[in-house]
Design a binder for this molecule. Structure first.
Ligand SMILES: C[S@@+](CC[C@H](N)C(=O)[O-])C[C@H]1O[C@@H](n2cnc3c(N)ncnc32)[C@H](O)[C@@H]1O
Length: 305
């Protein structure tokens, strides 16, 4: 991502280790909660292996700037040994409501909550989030996907839903622009923008709520050999993190998976707290080696207005 104001784009310079003592000093443990040692930590973040519901209740209320959650979608997929992805619908929704309530609790006033899931689940879960005190709907972002096969008797599913809520008025909303599309052969504009081309901001178009440019994570250079499925593109997390946080802010992801959220947070100088049930070792390896590539991203962060 290109950044218009380079000062704010610098990684966080405050080096610290997120061991239990530091987390306690920084006020991340809920009153009366026994601090627990993370399974892995860096200068920017801490990862807690195991069930997120063992860690979430220990985190202090109003201590997190942005929560991003990409849970299993209950599609009967094989994750690790401990994840059951074949729950009854109501059981799955109830499970989601339990950790979502915790995610809302730990959010700072003005903090942001992003929930990535199937439209079928996000319809229900969005309703639940909207019922929580102070939670305001911001966007249903449609993230185009190409991997889904057509289903007989249905429209061809071609997007996942990324719900975006804030706890009251957003404390941080940074404008992202995408470049004005040009023909790669002649360099000319590919759209006429209804005759308003000259009125467009030269830095690009304000990011829309339909994202058709998030690449799948296919190539080996982007994903861990030990955990090949369900990794999200760093480009999606670039947007979430840049849009809703400032350098030094804290991003939390209760379903770390391959660690995309944490790798992006590290690269952007954000602090992070993560949980992962089955693959904490994969996350640790990714962050230790920093070998996995990030997807190219031509977004522009416009801090000018
Ligand atoms: C869809 S994946 C997340 C992928 C991640 N966003 C990425 O880019 O790699 C969901 C992850 O949640 C983990 N998981 C399932 N149940 C969990 C729980 N109760 N607590 C913590 N993690 C859990 C699974 O092991 C899986 O890795």
């Amino acid at each position: 991502m290109e950044v218009a104001d380079t000062e704010l784009a610098q990684p966080c310079q405050t080096a610290f280790r997120w061991d239990s003592k530091q987390m306690a000093l920084d006020g991340f443990w809920a009153d009366g909660a026994e601090p627990v040692e993370p399974s892995f930590s860096t200068s920017h973040g801490a990862l807690f292996g195991g069930d997120c519901m063992a860690t979430l209740p220990r985190i202090a209320s109003e201590s997190i700037d942005t929560v991003f959650a990409d849970p299993p979608f209950n599609l009967g997929k094989k994750y690790g040994r401990r994840t059951n992805d074949s729950l009854r619908d109501e059981e799955y929704l109830e499970w989601c409501r339990t950790w979502l309530a915790e995610c809302v609790r730990v959010l700072k006033p003005g903090g942001a909550l992003f929930l990535y899931n199937l439209p079928k689940w996000n319809v229900e879960l969005g309703h639940f989030i909207g019922q929580q005190t102070d939670m305001l709907f911001r966007h249903w972002i449609a993230v185009s996907i190409s991997a889904c096969l057509p289903i007989a008797g249905r429209l061809h599913p071609s997007h996942y839903s990324l719900l975006y809520y804030t706890k009251g008025k957003p404390k941080t909303f940074r404008r992202i622009r995408t470049p004005i599309a040009v023909c790669r052969h002649c360099g000319g504009d590919v759209k006429d923008y209804g005759g308003h081309r000259k009125a467009l901001n030269p830095k690009g178009i304000t990011l829309k709520d339909v994202w058709t440019d998030i690449p799948p994570v296919r190539h080996a250079k982007f994903k861990s050999g030990k955990r090949k499925a369900n990794a999200l593109s760093t480009k999606l997390l670039d947007r979430v993190v840049e849009m809703s946080t400032e350098p030094g802010d804290v991003v939390m992801d209760p379903f770390g998976g391959s660690g995309t959220t944490f790798a992006v947070s590290e690269a952007k100088g954000r602090r992070w707290i993560g949980m992962e049930l089955d693959f904490p070792d994969v996350v640790a390896e990714r962050l230790r080696s920093d070998e996995l590539a990030h997807h190219a991203n031509t977004d522009v962060l416009d801090l000018g207005d």
